[in-house]
Write a protein that binds this ligand. Structure first.
Ligand SMILES: [Zn+2]
Length: 230
């Protein structure tokens, strides 16, 4: 006698950066990791749980560490929709009366906060520039932490450095070379890099609802996994 095999369904979704990724829903083994996540209040630990869960549910050659944070968020939310349900219960605070009320947000309303930037290049001086990429899961901590660390942040969002002759992959340099490069920039140049990084869109759920306390009609935007799952 052998135990019947459970066939897990497969789904596809197009992540914000454009790739179509196939995935399966969460299984009981992922639910265990999710429970750990719910009990944690360390953003780094939560992100590492999300990375673990997403990587094990991806059914193609997608590597989680190569994805932007918003791709990761998108995948996680869609996997959750297929596993648990198409809606998430949150507490929303009304902008008018400032009281909070329970609200069910629909995952089908998930979209991007804005378009992808057309131009991802920042010129630092006449013949030297950098190409900026969105934050990934490892670098989001430098952005959302108590004190945002702009130097670490800038280092993690530079994709290439170029002059009029060559283009260099920033990650091909040693850690020390990368740090020296960042430290040689002016505050203005760092600001330009951070501003460019902020032009990348985020995952957001947009929905209309009515405040249960003051009856105000609200157009709400929920973003950030912490808001979705805590
Ligand atoms: Zn209200």
């Amino acid at each position: 006698m052998s135990i019947p095999i459970i066939v897990t369904p497969k789904y596809e979704t197009k992540i914000p950066s454009g790739k179509v990724v196939s995935f399966r829903p969460f299984l009981v083994k992922e639910e265990k990791v999710m429970l750990m996540m719910k009990e944690s209040d360390s953003p780094r630990e939560i992100i590492s749980c999300i990375e673990k869960v997403v990587q094990s549910c991806v059914e193609d050659d997608t590597k989680v560490q190569d994805l932007s944070y918003f791709d990761l968020e998108h995948l996680f939310i869609h996997m959750r929709a297929r596993s648990v349900g198409e809606s998430i219960d949150i507490n929303y605070t009304c902008e008018k009366c400032e009281k909070s009320f329970p609200l069910e947000v629909q995952i089908q309303n998930l979209s991007l906060s804005k378009e992808y930037p057309e131009e991802t290049i920042v010129m630092l001086q006449e013949n030297v520039g950098v190409e900026v990429k969105p934050l990934n899961a490892d670098s989001i901590g430098a952005y959302t932490g108590e004190e945002s660390d702009v130097l670490t942040l800038s280092e993690s969002v530079i994709k290439t450095v170029f002059n009029d002759q060559n283009v260099y992959n920033f990650n091909d340099f040693t850690k020390q070379e990368r740090v020296e490069f960042i430290e040689s920039l002016s505050i203005k140049q760092i600001q330009k890099i951070v501003e460019k990084m902020e032009e990348f869109p985020r995952c957001v759920i947009k929905q209309s609802c009515k405040c249960t306390h003051c009856d105000e009609n609200l157009d709400i935007e929920v973003e950030g996994l912490q808001n979705f799952f805590t």
